[in-house]
Design a protein around this ligand. Structure first.
Ligand code: SAH
Length: 391
């Protein structure tokens, strides 16, 4: 099989030799004569093969490598099947199928498979394709998923991906194997209704699983405020572990409706879902809580937004730290890729300093095993959090 080649400028091979999977347009000396989405060879200025990737001529990231090798290879159906099977076997070590059937199967670069995210909800797989190259091999991905027992596959494509990457397929059930919504999934034994068709992300914020469990372990006998609650993930873990009362706040009425449904599904009633802006709620509320969760959406979606986002995180954390009861706990998070761990800690430090309360870092929190960080691709580390104790 002959693949077209991308030839890099001299010196621009260094990051690829270190297995960073992205080729930026500025590093390309010679473009392949190939359409968007083609599988291409990536070669140095002296024509040495570095690996194979998906070509995206209109993107700043002109190629994303899924294989590093100096030996010519054939990338066929079996290749993709092996990649997905390896990811599945990796998850089996960490995910206990008896209690948990909601997890991420493919975390793009974290699974050496850039351009796709695959989330599992019970027997359904939701694929979010991010580049044209994956769309062109998607049939192999679907077959691999089916051979692992995932017979219901939903393809979810963001509008921005459709525009920027010309991914045209999406928002449909593959082979018309439709599932009626919601799907009931479980996470450490807690049940959740998941609507993959209309829900946010692929239907659930899977990446907070371990942090929700940590909250649960500390919730017995406590009152909990879960801000930016979405479908009530943190709330349910608090209830499951003996919290006396939980309030969930989200600006989306649909999210609060989902949270209320999930509370009922698990048989609890010591909960209120409140549709409100979390900043306003925190400013106005007179109630005091033992534990407050602050899990906002990414305030910095791109690097230009970092300054504004910093202000947002700071005022949110200040409000949370001010409001929590003495001897209280705060779970605070940022999922902005452009705000790293150190910056987030500085932001929370300045917020704490403004409140003039004694604040300690109890634990540093991050993303779970099924969202692994490719060591050569530090950009994959996006979720960071702190568990704070406020005296
Ligand atoms: N903690 C959740 C995920 C939170 S996602 C979980 O474990 O599942 C972020 C949520 O914040 C979304 O549901 C979104 O509707 C909500 N949101 C965004 N801006 C908001 C605001 N200003 N006030 C309240 N909720 C907001």
């Amino acid at each position: 099989m002959n693949y077209e080649k991308i030839i890099l400028k001299s010196g621009r091979e260094r990051s690829l030799i270190n297995r960073h999977p992205w080729v930026f347009s500025g590093g390309v000396k010679q473009m392949p004569k190939a359409p968007n989405g083609s599988i291409v060879e990536v070669r140095t200025n002296t024509d040495e093969l570095l690996g194979y990737g998906f070509f995206a001529p209109n993107s700043q990231i002109m190629c994303r490598l899924f294989e590093f090798t100096n030996q010519p290879m054939v990338i066929d159906e079996q290749y993709w099947k092996n990649k997905i099977t390896r990811a599945f076997n990796y998850r089996k070590q960490f995910i206990n199928a008896e209690t948990t059937n909601i997890y991420r199967l493919i975390h793009a670069e974290g699974d050496f498979f850039p351009g796709i995210i695959i989330d599992i909800y019970n027997n359904a797989a939701v694929c979010q394709i991010l580049v044209k190259g994956v769309e062109l091999i998607s049939q192999y991905v679907f077959e691999a998923l089916q051979s692992l027992g995932f017979n219901h596959i939903y393809l979810k494509t963001k509008q921005s991906t459709q525009l920027l990457e010309q991914v045209t397929d999406g928002n449909r059930w593959v082979n018309d194997a439709v599932l009626t919504m919601p799907i009931v999934g479980k996470e450490y034994g807690v049940k959740f209704n998941i609507d993959v068709e209309t829900g946010q992300k692929t239907g659930f914020f899977i990446d907070q699983r371990e942090n929700r469990r940590t909250l649960g372990e500390l919730s017995k006998g406590k009152t909990v405020l879960n801000t930016f609650s979405y479908s009530g993930g943190f709330s349910l873990f608090a209830l499951q572990n003996g919290a006396t009362w939980v309030d969930s706040v989200d600006s989306s009425k649909e999210a609060i409706e989902l949270a209320n449904q999930n509370v009922a599904l698990n048989g609890y009633s010591n909960h209120e879902g409140i549709a409100a802006d979390c900043f306003d709620y925190l400013k106005q509320c007179e109630k005091q809580y033992d534990i407050i969760v602050l899990d906002p959406p990414a305030f910095a979606k791109h690097s230009r937004a970092v300054a504004n986002a910093t202000r947002g995180y700071q005022s949110l954390n200040k409000l949370g730290i001010e409001k929590v009861k003495p001897n209280g706990l705060i779970f605070t998070f940022s999922c902005s890729q452009h705000i790293d761990k150190d910056l987030f800690r500085k932001i929370v430090f300045s917020a704490a300093a403004e409140t003039k309360r004694n604040v300690r870092i109890v634990r540093q929190l991050s993303q779970p095993d099924d969202h692994p960080i490719n060591i050569y691709h530090p950009e994959g580390e996006y979720l960071k959090g702190l568990l704070l104790h406020v005296e």
